[in-house]
Design a protein around this ligand. Sequence first.
Ligand code: NAD
Length: 356
Amino acid sequence: MKSYNICVIKGDGIGPEIADEAIKVLDSVSAKFNFELNYEYYLMGGAAIDVFGEPLPDETLNGARKSDAVLFGAIGGEKWDNLPRHLRPESGLLKLRKSLNAYANLRPAMIYDELINASTLKAEVIKGVDILVVRELTGGLYFGQPREKLEDRAYNTMTYTVSEIERIAKIAFEAAMKRRKKVCMVDKANVLETSQLWREVTAKVAQNYPDVTLEYMYVDNAAMQLVRYPTGFDVILTENLFGDILSDEASMVCGSIGLLPSASMGGDVGIYEPIHGSAPDIAGQGIANPIAMILSAAMMLRYALGENEAANCIENAIKAVLKDGYRTKDIAKFDAVEICTTSEIGSIISDYIKKQ
Ligand code: NAD
């Protein structure tokens, strides 16, 4: 029997609640498709600060490095917000991404027909939305040096090299070749030199993909077009900060931030995590939507383990559960047959997998 080692980092806030549901679903699907998942659990973020005094202990990083994949919940919370920057939960996550060279963050945003009424946008605007945000994850403003907060001013540095842009652009074009063959590069080239470099490098990469249409869009316009005409987008290629913001916006086009998964790849080990944070405002209430986390587990099966059938099975079970009217609170509108807790919807998805 095939066997895989999964580094599980549940994190803070709703992280443990949604990670438990992803594991429940993974257990069903691995039993069905006859492979074994060995979970090793590690602390990170606030949970690690409380125990080890740092957000990414060596033990966790080493555990991630020797695994086949990292399944990640979410980190952060008010309790740790006033620590110095290098000790904050978010610094641990940035270090994990950098250390694993997870520079390519794929964030699919598609609307389930069953949830067409869960969005705050009109059904005719969002029907058929199927976007892939390809976000550069280990460069730009989040990592650039120098950076400092002084008494009377603060500064950050946005920096990108040609090779950093080239490798993420290739990922976007490769993805577009398997989709509708359109790449929209989002930047701020009318103001930023880094964006001008992105345009030059992306145009060169595009020459190797003559079947793909490349267009450029300023990020302010892209933010507006995403709610005006979201079906106009196929692959969005963009840098770290813009991708962070635009993918949250895309999530609401699809109904809830609790629906969008992600895969962060590039090095030997990838990180699979929902796009949302630790949602402290709803933690411990049993109302978090675990679907983004469960879909991230499906991406892990597909991209890290090559278990495509199992990944498809999870995605089909989620569609079937939504079709039958089961909803968590965030996506419950008039069409919900039953409003479920985090744990209930995880169990229902898991049962559908067993039945399929
Ligand atoms: P957030 O994504 O945690 O929450 C934003 C809003 O979306 C909240 O109202 C929350 O209740 C809701 N929400 C998020 N996930 C949901 C889910 N699965 N189901 C239902 N509703 C959901 O963003 P925030 O409030 O800005 O940040 C909270 C903490 O998370 C901060 O400490 C932040 O730094 C951290 N954060 C972590 C990550 C990560 O771990 N990758 C990403 C973003 C933010």
